[in-house]
Design a binder for this molecule. Structure first.
Ligand code: MN
Length: 260
């Protein structure tokens, strides 16, 4: 079964008796959260993860996400991570996969957008559309985070170059009121969880204790604002669904207006 397979690569790469990372499992429900982790491994990069289909769909973004639509950021798709990875911050010990310091750089909620713009604007889409867009290699979504905001797209690169693994995507900010020209990610070296810089997480003797707190707490919505945002998003989705069912059977009428 596909579902049972989802985290096999994740588990195969890690030794859980050594790394503080969670073993995790495929969850039955997805709460539409996203996380960006700043990861000082062999090479500094950012890991962009969307909670979807019971796991965190994950991309390693060498230069990190940008709020500038002019930046098309290379994003290498990597193995699905367990949802409990959501608030992992700390140090992966040497000689382990991904050894280095991990910061929770941003967290928030995401919403699928319709595959096609309606009168030039992207409108909320369904989970089924998100799954289809991911499979097709053109996933559009809206983020509501502490640092990242607004509409984005992850677009799979076609035209494979020699030596390419076929895992290259581009992470692109769309033009909206949240776009920031000349966005410089290096100006934001602070954890949204602990307010620490990457250096502080790396050098902080207390972080060993911090990261080994009971596993039961992982993946829960600790930040009140985030729990709130998830609740609101769920409610909005439920309302939209109801409205769509009332009006014309299954979903909101967005599709009919779409120009292609
Ligand atoms: Mn990483």
């Amino acid at each position: 079964m596909m579902i049972a397979m989802a985290l096999e690569e994740y588990k195969r790469k890690r030794r859980f008796e050594e790394t503080p990372e969670p073993a995790g499992q495929v969850e039955k429900k997805s709460a539409h959260r996203f996380v960006v982790q700043k990861h000082d491994a062999t090479r500094l990069h950012y890991d962009f993860r969307l909670e979807m289909e019971g796991v965190l769909k994950s991309w390693a973004v060498p230069k990190g996400p940008s709020l500038d639509p002019a930046d098309k950021r290379l994003a290498m798709q990597v193995e699905d991570h367990p949802v409990s990875y959501f608030d992992f911050e700390g140090i992966i010990p040497e000689n382990n996969y991904g050894a280095g310091t991990v910061m929770v750089w941003d967290v928030g909620t995401w919403q699928p957008l319709s595959p096609v713009a309606v009168e030039g604007k992207y409108v909320p889409g369904t989970d089924a559309e998100a799954v289809a867009m991911l499979a097709k290699g053109d996933l559009k979504f809206r983020l509501k985070g502490k640092k990242l905001d607004g509409d984005f797209a992850l677009v799979k690169m076609k035209g494979r170059r020699p030596g390419s693994k076929g895992t290259e995507w581009l992470l692109i900010k769309k033009h909206d009121q949240y776009a920031v020209e000349g966005y410089d990610i290096d100006e934001y070296d602070e954890s949204v969880l602990s307010k620490r810089s990457l250096a502080e997480i790396a050098g902080d003797a207390g972080s060993a204790e911090w990261r080994s707190r009971p596993a039961g707490g992982r993946g829960k919505l600790k930040a009140a604002w985030l729990a709130d945002a998830v609740a609101k998003l769920d409610q909005k989705k439920a309302e939209e669904k109801k409205l769509g069912e009332k009006k014309n059977g299954k979903r909101p009428p967005a599709k009919k207006k779409q120009k292609n």
